[in-house]
Design a protein around this ligand. Sequence first.
Ligand code: TYD
Length: 138
Amino acid sequence: MHNMNQVKMLEFQQIGDERGHLVVVEGGDDIPFEIKRMFYIYGSDPDVIRGQHANRNSEFVLINVAGTSKVKIKDGEGNEMIICLNRPHTGVYLPTMVWKDMYDFSEDSVLLCLASTHYDAEEYIRDYDEFVRIINEE
Ligand code: TYD
């Protein structure tokens, strides 16, 4: 399965005036799914690696609404890409069944994650070898 080619950068419109900036993200419109869940990650040290999983059913959009971080995406077939999240009006769309590592968090990083599903621990694959096995079975 080559879901990694569905990864894409998203540019959201900045609505700015003398009062500052406003960015709107509407499910099914600005991003390719209806938003069922959001969570955000902050206070992670620069040497921490988060994520380290793939999801059978969940799609995500990640946006660094403050600060910066990186996400490394792997397809389980030897291909990988690294995305730098460094602007509050830019996101990355992550399809199902890609491996992701989030790292290089700046001290002020707030990483907003929008998800297409409610949380279900069962759909997380947290073992990389298992992920590779599943990818190769498909
Ligand atoms: P984890 O998946 O390790 O976070 P990340 O991949 O973003 O670094 O989640 C950390 C803990 O939080 C883990 O015990 C599961 C729990 N959790 C929820 O209960 N609901 C959620 O939506 C998420 C993302 C995590």
